[in-house]
Write a protein that binds this ligand. Structure first.
Ligand SMILES: Nc1ncnc2c1ncn2[C@@H]1O[C@H](COP(=O)(O)OP(=O)(O)O)[C@@H](O)[C@H]1O
Ligand SMILES: [Mg+2]
Length: 320
């Protein structure tokens, strides 16, 4: 089956600044494709080009076979988009917005009544349905945006940070509903800067940084692909000296040592079970006092760090 979306050298420049840099990516029909990256990575700009809201500077994308440059109307027919910054429409309450959207999507009166209620209830918004949209919290507005997509059940749904500003219980509900939407036949593109969201929801994750796609694969394969896939985090009583870091780096199994906090080191290594005892005796010889040690399999953050040299949090702080 050909990919439902094919992105070819997609590029967007704002003046001299390249927000999206020759992006190549294919989205398979029926999958949830996560785009994971820190703020400023270029996720929203990519999505806005796919949604034909802004025009690419270079390259293009084919959505359901239609070129976003040449057939934007056809592309829009296939899409439902939950924008990162929901726009307030002239209509004034969640019920109005969602009901109007259902009408535009061609639902019959009967169907509309039922589905609007179902979705608003599922999103815990039923009691707020007659409030003014302007008076709603950011999280509530986000839910209105998600509700539109859930009502529409489009061929392709694009959701940009769907659970930002939403509480943990709400997040889990929305994840489940997006998974159900996918199971009912909708292909989903999910942009997020949340590791956990990308990990639990996506069939495949594309990691973006500075306008570029670094890698794209299933979360499991991304984690497995890291050389030195085992991770050991050592917390010291006091900040470890450069000499200590050097002594850890000397083990042939240790691939990389990075400092995640002032007194915490994260080691990427092979054969964790054999190396950790040796590491402990070295640290004792050096007189370093360890307050805790934690071993784990890599997370998507480790994958991100592997490609960028930064944790997602550090990249987030850097803006880009
Ligand atoms: N309209 C615009 N004009 C100028 N710069 C922009 C515009 N839109 C986005 N950018 C810049 O492009 C970069 C990527 O932004 P964005 O696509 O929103 O990233 P993300 O969604 O991954 O956080 C950011 O540095 C942002 O400031
Ligand atoms: Mg964004």
């Amino acid at each position: 089956m050909p990919p439902i979306i094919r992105i070819e050298n997609l590029t967007k420049k704002f003046g001299n600044f390249t927000a999206v840099d020759h992006l190549n990516l294919e989205v398979e029909e029926g999958e949830i494709l996560g785009l994971l990256g820190p703020n400023g990575a270029g996720k929203t700009t990519t999505i806005l080009m796919l949604a034909t809201v802004i025009r690419p500077t270079e390259g293009t994308a084919y959505v359901g076979g239609y070129d976003v440059r040449k057939n934007p109307d056809k592309v829009r027919e296939l899409l439902g988009v939950a924008f990162q910054e929901p726009k307030l429409l002239w209509v004034s309450t969640p019920w109005d917005v969602v009901n109007w959207h259902a009408k535009v999507c061609g639902l019959s009166t009967q169907e509309r009544k039922q589905r609007v209620r179902e979705v608003l209830e599922a999103l815990d918004m039923w009691d707020y349905r007659h409030r003014s949209v302007h008076a709603l919290s950011g999280g509530m507005r986000k839910r209105v945006e998600i509700a539109k997509v859930l009502i529409q059940r489009p061929k392709i749904a694009i959701v940009d940070e769907p659970t930002a500003q939403i509480d943990v219980v709400g997040k889990h509900k929305i994840w489940r509903m997006l998974r159900e939407l996918c199971d009912s036949g909708t292909t989903i593109i999910l942009a997020t800067n949340e590791l956990y969201e990308a990990d639990v929801l996506s069939d495949r994750v594309g990691i973006m940084h500075r306008g570029r796609l670094l890698v794209c694969d299933t979360p499991q394969k991304l984690k497995d692909s890291i050389v030195g896939g085992d991770v050991v985090e050592i917390q010291f009583e006091v900040e470890p000296s450069p000499k200590i870091i050097e002594s850890l780096d000397q083990f042939k199994e240790v691939v990389k040592v990075i400092r995640t906090k002032a007194s915490t080191l994260r080691l990427y290594l092979n054969k964790v079970e054999e190396v950790v005892p040796k590491i402990m005796s070295t640290l004792m010889m050096e007189g370093a006092v360890v307050s805790s040690i934690r071993m784990s399999e890599p997370s998507l953050d480790d994958v991100f760090a592997h490609y960028t040299g930064l944790t997602l949090e550090e990249a987030q702080k850097g803006g880009r």
